[in-house]
Design a protein around this ligand. Sequence first.
Ligand SMILES: [Zn+2]
Length: 198
Amino acid sequence: MVSHFFIVVSIISVEVFLPIRTDNRKAIGSVQLTEIGEFAVMRKERPKVPAHFHTGIDIKRPGKNYVDEPIFAVAEGTVISKRDDGPYAQLIIEHQTEKQKFWTVYEHIAGLRVSLHERVTPAKPIARFMNEVELNKYGWQFDHFHFEILKVAPIPVRVDPAKPQRLFNSYSLVCYSKSDLDKYFYDPLNFLRKQFSH
Ligand SMILES: [Zn+2]
């Protein structure tokens, strides 16, 4: 007697979406960046921060909604770090596909709607752009959100009791050469374009 074993291989693919709502979330061309918001531009030295490469993109709010303009995770994943302490509020999400692991970072966000370790999907907002009251308080230079895609795991940080859920940090301010940048980060728009091209 011959037994046949059928191995069912399920291929888990990851769909990647835009982190903002547009009429068609696959319209990658509709993402607008701030004037100095491109990936890999050199950022000038400022007090306490040496000159460094911009490790992500600064995405403009897509509409004129200064009350509740939502931000989405680009793919399904798990929240591994959260800080919600003003203009540097940040979420880091870990994504696992059949081919690779990658991490996305959302910063200068507000109204965080997800918990640490929560499983998220691109269907529900994770946060929103700052509203008018917050921009008046923190400054209108934060009228965008900073978005990164990491190639390697973020850096575990010693937990600060003031930010107990901030468990990881990105490599945002430590990229002083193109090779640092290439080691840690994907160009986010290229990465998203590639996902949409098949
Ligand atoms: Zn930025």
